[in-house]
Design a protein around this ligand. Sequence first.
Ligand code: SAM
Length: 277
Amino acid sequence: MPDKEIGIQDYAMFRDYLERQCGIVLGDNKQYLVRSRLSPLLRRFNIANLPQLIGNVVNGRDRTLREAVIDAMTTNETLWFRDTYPFELLKNELLQKFKGKAGPLRIWSAACSSGQEPYSIAMSILEFLQRSPGAFPGGVQIVGTDISSDMLNRCKTAEYDNLSLSRGLSDERKRQFFEPTANGTMRLRSQVTNMVSFRPINLLESYSSLGKFDIVFCRNVLIYFSAQIKTQILQQIAAGLNKEGILFLGASESMSGLSDAFSMVRCNPGLYYLKKQ
Ligand SMILES: C[S@@+](CC[C@H](N)C(=O)[O-])C[C@H]1O[C@@H](n2cnc3c(N)ncnc32)[C@H](O)[C@@H]1O
């Protein structure tokens, strides 16, 4: 009976589980959301109904089911050059600060969804390098991470359909940085993809293995977490930033009351956070 309702206890158990696994806090009475996101998994995993699926994922050890549930419950909305200002600031002000850096310039796109953010960073850097060739003698490394294995697989194909290409990408950038594929989509050229690597990282776990970064984009993901988890993540990001390191949050996200490791730098338009000495 696939439409068997999710009872109060099952819902509470699933809510706890989801927050423990990936930090996402579900509000009260969001059974409808859980139902709509998880129902498609019943057939795939040959499970009779949602209470049973919830029981299996919470109490079982099936890694594929666990990943599929997390993939289904995460919101992956993203677009090219989202909010514009971070990429304009990067290209017109911030990259200048790192010019001539001996080692590689390292940038992290935490929670990169289907790749638009790290690839937009790469395109902004290539545009900067057109004006300042040889600015980064140690090279540029952009690391994109996400909890969702589905999203990371999409990132690695670097292939996008017309709908995603229509969201935030100018014709000029499409021409310059993409090439058509045989199946009607467009793929990013290797000059862009060569700059970016992808890894699975859960922001609730340790990310010291990623090494230190000069700039971190952690945008539109903290909104799903509790204040306590936001604080822990900001603390870990601060520890992973080099001296003078820079952090971008999402346009609707704020650090107020969560961390004193950063000072806010207001720009016109937009803002970023500078790691305190
Ligand atoms: C709304 S998208 C944001 C994408 C991009 N940063 C942007 O601003 O356009 C949020 C992403 O956070 C990821 N996410 C959710 N919980 C996470 C966690 N605990 N660790 C890492 N990534 C997570 C989701 O898989 C999703 O791809």
